[in-house]
Design a protein around this ligand. Structure first.
Ligand code: SF4
Length: 141
């Protein structure tokens, strides 16, 4: 039996990104040969619509460019991801790089200027705290 892998739904072609588009990755799709893929989008499960205004992390919070605080929705999405991992015994996740939910090494700095900083998305923070390993679609090789 293949191990289960939580995977960002947008990497499999699901149009759940803030701009209503997907970000399909051939390498991510090919993971289906080794894992049973469990697609998930924390921002959708957190209660945000698609499309939605882009948001960036500032400190412990997440805000849209107009200043709306969407931290609660991002946290709810993270908690849903963790609940799914715990229910299904998932120990690994492949999540989309640089997303304020899914990014595992870098995120944008909160100024909406395209500036990247070291850091983790809100879902990745919670998964890491719970011992779930996260890699991005750029690290599949
Ligand atoms: S929250 Fe994650 S899964 Fe959802 S669109 Fe953003 S990067 Fe993709």
């Amino acid at each position: 039996m293949k191990p289960k892998l939580l995977i960002s739904a947008c990497l499999l072609g699901v149009p759940c990104r803030y701009d209503g588009k997907s970000k399909p990755s051939e390498a991510a799709l090919a993971l289906g040969e080794r894992y049973e893929l469990v697609p998930f989008c924390p921002e959708c499960y957190g209660g945000l619509p698609t499309p939605r205004p882009p948001a960036e992390i500032r400190g412990d919070g997440v805000f849209t460019e107009s200043g709306r605080d969407v931290t609660a929705e991002y946290r709810r999405g993270a908690e849903s991801a963790l609940a799914l991992c715990q229910a299904l015994g998932i120990k690994d996740a492949c999540l989309k790089s640089r997303s304020p939910s899914c990014g595992n090494r870098e995120v944008y700095d909160g100024t909406f200027s395209g500036t990247r900083v070291s850091g983790e998305g809100i879902t990745v923070r919670l998964l890491h705290k719970s011992g779930i390993r996260v890699f991005s679609e750029e690290e599949i090789e």
